[in-house]
Design a protein around this ligand. Structure first.
Ligand SMILES: [Zn+2]
Length: 173
């Protein structure tokens, strides 16, 4: 039998998901930069095996969804994006995206991601790759650009780009 508390929690969950769904059309946000030649955008992977596998799988996930004028490629020199990992128990972030002096960096915080499943790690890597293509956080659509990993993965099991993400890419490129 459902208790009142459980009914309330269920109601709030349904409300939350329906609010997310209701804004799902073209909700993407853009960061304000784009690659002049996005075919391909190249990535140098310099994390541990789990991190590199997460980025590599996410590159494939994105390539399977991207329009034909945008592609991602792993390279070993002359890269556009430097993908790595760091370890900081005091940093609540499990991933980051930084542009500094025209260089683009994405990374996973292994303090968190060491304990993640392969797909959860892809959820973070895929999100950071979305930033590296020019997409900003988007918390009102079903998309890889949902900022919080609990909402994106635990609640919605999103680990690869969705229609809203690709709509953003099509608007940008
Ligand atoms: Zn983000």
């Amino acid at each position: 039998m459902l208790t009142k508390k459980r009914v309330l929690v269920l109601f709030l969950l349904i409300l939350m998901v329906s609010v997310i769904h209701s804004n799902a059309v073209n909700a993407y946000q853009l960061l304000g930069f784009k690659w002049s030649n996005p075919n391909p955008v190249t990535y140098y992977l310099n994390g541990n095996a789990n991190t590199n596998n997460a980025f590599l799988s996410s590159i494939n996930n994105w390539n399977n969804a991207l329009p034909s004028n945008v592609s991602l490629q792993r390279v070993y020199n002359n890269f556009n994006v430097y993908a790595y990992d760091w370890y900081d128990s005091t940093d609540g972030r499990d991933g980051l995206f930084v542009i500094s002096d025209g260089e683009v960096y994405i990374a996973l915080n292994r303090y968190h991601t060491d304990n993640y499943s392969s797909l959860k790690r892809q959820s973070v890597a895929g999100h950071e790759i979305g930033h590296s293509l020019g997409l900003d956080e988007e918390d009102s659509a079903i998309c890889i650009m949902i900022s919080n990993t609990f909402n994106r993965w635990e609640l919605l099991q999103i680990y690869k780009p969705k229609t809203d993400d690709i709509n953003g890419i099509n608007a940008l490129y």
